[in-house]
Ligand binder design. Sequence first.
Ligand code: CUA
Length: 421
Amino acid sequence: MRLFAPFSNILRLGAFALACAGASLLSGCSWLIMDGHQSTIQVEGPVARNQLSLFLVTCWVTLVIFIIVGSILAYATFRFRARNQAEEEAKPPEQGHGNPMIEVGLIGASVFALVIIAVPTLKSIWYTNDVPAESKENAYQVTATGYQWWFKFEYPTEQIAGYGALTTGDELVIPAGRPVHINLRSIDVMHSFWVPKLAGKVDMIPNRANYLWLQADHPGYYWGQCAEYCGESHAVMRFRVVALSPRDFEEWLENQTQPARSVPVPAGDAQARPQAQFAALREFSQNETGSSGAFEVDPLSSWRAKQFVDKGEDPVLIARGKVLFAAPPADGGKTCGTCHTIRGVSGAIGVQGPDLTHVGARTTLAGSWLDNTPEQLRRWIHNPEAVKPGNKMWVNGYVPNNIKLTPEDEAALVAFLESLK
Ligand code: CUA
């Protein structure tokens, strides 16, 4: 066996290197790039910063332990290795087992290492649990509710007559530089609310009132993710957080609390044909990403751009989309309004799906899996099951109601929804 010893060392070293490479591939992380959308290393808020510093303390303590134990092991392995047959067969030297000095010393060292980690851990649990007392008055209140598979956001301080709290979906807009206290609810199964750059993560549990708080250092656009397996489309249950300056935030609230935008058809055009001509929908492959990267060059600017009305919108097409969305089936409606609310549009009062009153002003769709572009919106309503398997719009809407959309229907619905700024 000794003959193969050098080889087995090389093999072991090789296996170790392979394991390291495998682990880093599996974790999907690159050692050099730590600033991804969902980085917990490049943080932009006090809660995430606190959690990062706790992580680093733990890393340093364990690194010191690793170096000490590893060095002793390496030293002992080489220094006391058997050099010949006689040494190989020699009796083992006297063992340290039962030596009170060594045992008490090791227990003491372990307790010391645990205390070094425990103190900041407890402080961190205390700090991240709720908004610090001195800023509690100033905290903005939001309720986030998990649905299979999207997030609903409610603003209890913004009450709208006849509707209740201002409600949005997929995108949580918050004031930057101000603590936000988020009540976490779930309507169906367990989900988990996580915005890696700002804070995380806390479970959303049915019939349990969880909460967390976060704060964005400055205006920005942040990626969020459901972090608890919640069914077949868990991986595409995402959301965004948009932090705005206090003035922009007030302006956003002002616009959001208005009823849906209405695009009047110019007189004499009521019977006119839509101006736009429609290309056939291109085929999307299964699991094709819904994000082009165009939004991400400067996501906050992209978000701002979405707040404005599209040039060249077609009032006739929009009017037709509105009928398809909200009219009763006898009048050609597709029953969208039984699950979605669009404030100010009669017949659109459902609460099963996201409130779409201002959906045209969001950058993402379908649990933030798709960019909110006409092409992606059309892809989504064309075949929801292919985008987000098992989704309720398909299972409880399209299938039982036998909803069929022609290419013209799809174009009209897209024009209508995109007009809702
Ligand atoms: Cu919701 Cu995973």
